[in-house]
Design a protein around this ligand. Structure first.
Ligand code: ATP
Length: 787
């Protein structure tokens, strides 16, 4: 049974977690509640252990627990804060209380020596912090962003470390000093509203989020962790927090970050491919909008794997969402990042947000309604009156430069960037659509305008149609070639990019590794299962480009094999057209068969497939090969009877239907022969990107033996038949896409041919899925066991 999101979070936060709203409120009140005498009790020495529910029990007194417990995510495997109230682990700041714990570490409420209230985030686990570019984040100012004040490093004794650039050693400690937000976060608000929020509230939260995230994008940053838990209500102003951090913490250490199951629900499909463009934020915004409206996320499941697969493959059910939210969410949740909104402004325009109504998202107003004014100037405030320091010192040109420098991991994404003309057309159509929707005219007048526009188009078809056809003739080949070139340039990293569902594995590995457990490898079936999800999610343009690449490779392979066969076969004897022609015929047949099989393989790579249907289709391909063989031999005037039928007495052949009086096969015999040959072999396995090795000589041998067997029933000239069968098996394997299991790292490749996980490789308590039909592991039980 599916667990509602709220319960899922509740399961993680467990019943030990108090309503977090109790923790919020005016800070002074909180400080009062948590008086120092209570808080100064030493935290160390308190034991924690897994309880029956997968949460934790603690020996801390209940009343203290109710105020100070760390709880918010599954990552809360440490259930008490390191620093008690009154301590000064960071010079100039005194900790008042712990607020909560997330994927990166603990968050404290603290007060500076001068009395400024701040939130201190202690980055745990000796993470590498790359400070290059952090200053840019620190200097961002926007009403809808939680301000980052500083990032500091202290040594083991709590002293400032002067030279902060670099990575932390074991003894030093990183701290993020940020604006303290007293209000609730959106996760808590949504947990209290299982059916979603009223529309006005939806608009307030969403426009504030969009404004903050839009500003980040303009500054060349991608948030990467947009989720309700990172959005706060600060006295009516919506603020987005936790930005930038994931960028500056070395990716090799993000295991903890992904431990929170909540994150999976907002994870764009391309993240598994290492793409971190701003489109992932647009995707997450779409998910949050759905949740704001309905109280549910569009993709939920029993396990993180199920959720990821849904992100990759499922079409969201938006039937319960009213227009225009439905269309907007659908576009945000497009699997292909290029089909989503190009930017946050476009997203907001699709919702017809009335800029004047969203007072909380004033910066967004500034951006949308005062296009051209510096981003971040609240609407209604003349630029000249903006307080000093409120205007970010960058323009859009700077943003582009920053994009290039701050989002380097997204090279894959950059290279498949939408074709400029297509983007311009798409944007224009989008703009036209939103203009039409916002056009303040009566329905009658709108209908009249619409009819007039159609009429104008019809009247002008005489020149419009040829013009568009001409443009199409130029543009379509250009588009395909562009995609091919871009795709081919990405081919070397393809196997790596296919680690989509491997994200789950990485997450499990990350969690296991963090707890010091040996990392478990997947068995072959599990690996294939995960990889197949990635293949399924591939965009059809990429599929087409791959197919083109394979076809080109097949042509080269055929030429090379043909030359080799020719050199070997014609090394002695006359070198005339009649001698060369049979090799040409065989090469042409191998090419035709390979091209057809590669095409089918591309169609079938998404599924394990149903054998019988595929064999029937293959029989059709074989019949085609036979027919063309006959036609070509006729055209080249190659006798099919001469010396090539072996082991067969011509008089025994069924002449009326299959063979003529000389024993030469008719077109029917050739068609039947190849139909039988193609249907008898599982060619889809031979061209499967997930096959065991790129070129299996065993498959080639099987094809040749099968040809020999069919030849015993329906003889054809040999060794031409065997050359066609064997040659096809070689060419398709050489040219079909192959994802190397060893390059993807996740599979157990050696020492265990059966692919089973060896007993004892996994510590007790971590569930191991060894079933024949691998089911994804449940992150909750995983973490329960792991901790
Ligand atoms: N600036 C802040 N002011 C007040 N509370 C904050 C602030 N930043 C974070 N918190 C709270 O601290 C707790 C931990 O936050 P943190 O961002 O570390 O974790 P998270 O968002 O739950 O997980 P992750 O780090 O994986 O995004 C949460 O309850 C969050 O609401």
């Amino acid at each position: 049974m599916k667990m509602p999101l709220k319960s899922k979070f509740a399961a993680f936060t467990k019943d030990t977690a108090p309503k977090k709203r109790q923790l919020w409120g005016p800070p002074n009140m909180l400080v009062d509640k948590l008086n120092d005498s209570e808080l100064e009790q030493p935290y160390s020495g308190q034991s924690s252990r897994p309880d029956d529910h997968g949460g934790f029990q603690t020996d801390l007194p209940d009343d203290l627990l109710s105020e100070t417990q760390a709880f918010p995510t599954a990552a809360s495997h440490v259930n008490h804060f390191t620093y008690p109230s009154g301590s000064k682990p960071l010079p100039r700041y005194t900790i008042r209380r712990g607020i909560g714990m997330g994927g990166f570490g603990e968050v404290y409420f603290a007060v500076s020596d001068a009395g400024k209230e701040v939130a201190l985030k202690r980055i745990q686990r000796n993470l590498d912090v790359e400070l290059r570019g952090v200053s840019h984040c620190l200097n961002l100012k926007h009403p809808n962003l939680v301000s980052l004040h500083d990032i500091c490093q202290t040594d083991a004794d709590g002293n400032d470390i002067e030279n902060v650039v670099g990575t932390s050693d074991g003894a030093s400690q990183w701290w993020v000093v940020m604006e303290y937000i007293a209000g609730p976060n959106l996760r808590e608000v949504l947990d209290d509203s299982p059916n979603g929020l009223p529309e006005t509230e939806v608009r307030r939260w969403f426009s504030g989020m969009a404004a903050g995230i839009g500003h980040l994008h303009d500054a060349g940053l991608v948030h990467r962790d947009v989720k309700p838990g990172n959005v706060f209500d600060d006295l009516g102003i919506v603020k987005v927090g936790d930005y930038g951090l994931s960028k500056f913490i070395s990716s090799s250490h993000r295991g903890g970050h992904t431990e929170s199951v909540g994150t999976f629900h907002y994870m764009a499909p391309e993240i598994g491919q290492g793409q971190y463009g701003r489109e992932i934020d647009i995707y997450a915004l779409g998910i949050v909008l759905h949740e704001l409206l309905t109280g549910r996320v569009p993709f939920d499941g029993e396990s993180c794997h199920e959720i990821i697969v849904k992100h990759l493959t499922a079409v969201p059910d938006l039937s319960g969402v009213a227009s225009p939210y439905r269309e907007t969410i659908a576009k945000c949740l497009e699997k292909d990042p290029q089909r989503r909104f190009a930017n946050v402004g476009e997203l907001m325009r699709s919702l017809n947000f009335d800029p004047t109504a969203e007072t909380e998202s004033r910066a967004f107003v500034a951006k949308v309604s005062q296009a051209g004014s510096p981003a971040g100037i609240p609407a209604g405030i003349p630029a000249g009156e903006v307080p000093a320091g409120e205007v970010p010192a960058m323009d859009h040109g700077d943003s582009e430069v920053l994009n290039a420098t701050l989002v380097p991991e997204n090279s894959l994404n950059e290279s498949v960037a939408e074709e400029p003309l297509a983007r311009a057309i798409r944007n224009s159509i989008g703009d036209l659509g939103s203009w039409w929707r916002t056009l303040d005219r009566s329905p009658g007048l709108k209908a009249l305008l619409f009819t007039a526009a159609i009429l104008i188009l019809i009247v002008n078809t005489s020149w419009l149609f040829p013009l568009l056809t001409l443009v199409g003739f130029v543009y379509v080949p250009y588009y395909i070639v562009r995609q091919m070139v871009l795709h081919v340039s990405q081919q070397p990293s393809y196997a790596q990019a296919q680690r989509i569902a491997g994200t789950q594995t990485s997450m499990q590995h990350g969690a296991a590794a963090q707890h010091g457990f040996p990392v478990q490898k997947l068995n072959r079936k599990q690996w294939q299962h995960n990889m197949r999800s990635g293949l399924r999610a591939k965009h059809s343009v990429h599929r087409l480009a791959e197919l083109n690449t394979s076809w080109v490779a097949a042509t080269f392979s055929v030429v090379v094999l043909g030359l080799i066969a020719g050199v070997v076969g014609l090394r002695s004897g006359p070198l005339d057209a009649l001698a060369i022609a049979p090799y040409g015929l065989v090469a042409a047949m191998v090419l035709f068969a390979s091209v057809s099989l590669l095409g089918l393989g591309k169609l079938w790579e998404r599924e394990e497939g149903e054998g019988l249907t595929r064999r029937l289709v293959l029989a059709g391909v074989g019949a085609g090969v036979g027919a063309i063989t006959f036609a070509m031999s006729d055209f080249l005037m190659l006798p099919l009877s001469e010396g090539m039928i072996r082991d067969v007495d011509v008089s025994t052949l069924p002449q009326t239907l299959y063979y003529d009086s000389t024993g030469a096969p008719t077109v029917t015999a050739l068609m039947a022969h190849f139909a039988l040959l193609f249907a008898s072999l599982r060619w889809w396995k031979t061209v499967d990107p997930l096959r065991r090795t790129r070129l299996s000589l065993w498959s080639v041998a099987v094809a040749v033996v099968a040809e020999w067997a069919v030849h015993q029933l329906l003889p054809i000239p040999q060794p031409a038949g065997m050359m066609i069968a064997g040659g096809t098996a070689i060419v398709v394997q050489m040219s079909a896409l192959w994802i190397s299991p060893s390059r993807t790292n996740d599979i157990q490749t050696s020492g265990n041919p059966a692919g089973e996980i060896p007993a004892g490789a996994i510590p007790a308590g971590i569930p191991v899925n060894t079933s024949k039909n691998p089911q994804p592991m449940d992150p909750q039980s995983f973490q329960r066991g792991a901790v």
